[in-house]
Design a protein around this ligand. Sequence first.
Ligand code: OSB
Ligand code: MG
Length: 369
Amino acid sequence: MKIKKITLYKVEIPMVTSFTTSFGTVTNKPTVIVKVETDNGVVGFGESAALPFPFYKPETTDICMLVLKDYISPLVLNKEFKTIQELMALLKSIKNHNFSKTGLETAVWMIMSLTEKKSLKTLLGGTQDKIAVGESIGIKKTIEETLEEIDLRLTQGFKRTKIKIKPRWDLKIIEAIRNKFGDINLMVDANSAYTLNDITVLKKLDHYNLTMIEQPLADDDIIDHSILQKQIKTPICLDESIHSAEDTRRAIYIAACKIINIKPGRVGGLLESKKIHDICKKNNIGVWCGGMLETGIGRAFNIALASLPNFFYPADMSPVNFFYEDDLVKDSFSVDKNGHISVPNVTGLGFEVNEKKIQKYTTKKIVIE
Ligand code: OSB
Ligand code: MG
């Protein structure tokens, strides 16, 4: 098949709440929707869900628009390919820019699903009909506010609580959660806010029986994570440090983590995500699906991915309406009272794309053909 036309939409849906982590507050979360049209008239949608600022990873929303327009599209337009492997081989010369690549790659996965008449779950090799979900709770103004939100989600059935931490918003809040809710499934995400100089605090986390600590140290340093993991019992989960299957192999080799958070956007798509999943499975490293506050389009690919057999821990997959006033798909997924989302088993995205909504929230549009 050949790609005949690519349309890029910078989409800005108003947020209903801001989201604070150790690296900053997201008050407005634009995203990039990539529409791909093939020579036989099949249409797919994908999402590049980078943040608007370079505080999580260097790529931003506007960088995705630029890289997709100037570098990715020219390499794939009108080129013959049969598989996602062949598509990604066309992009081999582009270093990193994983969020940008993911927008195109996921759109083509949707096209493959429609062409081969198999659901994304089946195409990927998914085995689970439903996936377990936990909420990722941002840093709040008060401990009280955090406890209230946890209480609400536990009543709604969410399977796991993840809170964001940073120096001085760590031991006290964790202590308060354990005091109020006992032995719930609790984990923390530091988004690289600590260094090995904070070892005293990091060791104290061991008292709280956390399921894991996500990305305590710098994104570009798996060596210090390996040093830290030898000194703490709490399993380390890597997020920002893992960009590829190769990073995964190295991290496992030096025992820098016991768990990996797989986000398609961070690793360049579903194909690379599956490779990471497979390496981890072979090495007894549990994985789970993270999120980038995607719209219903990006979340749909995450759900399909999380149906693979080694997705063991609950996903960061809060419904889209937790963050946004609106969504880009009709009838988005919901979380049932047991904290599960059912994995669609139909061809295409699994949810109906609402192109009117894409138009409504588009602030910049680029057509490449
Ligand atoms: O570190 O997992 C993270 C959101 C934006 C950037 C980084 C992270 C997150 C989340 C939210 O934790 C997860 C979600 O999409 O629900
Ligand atoms: Mg994280």
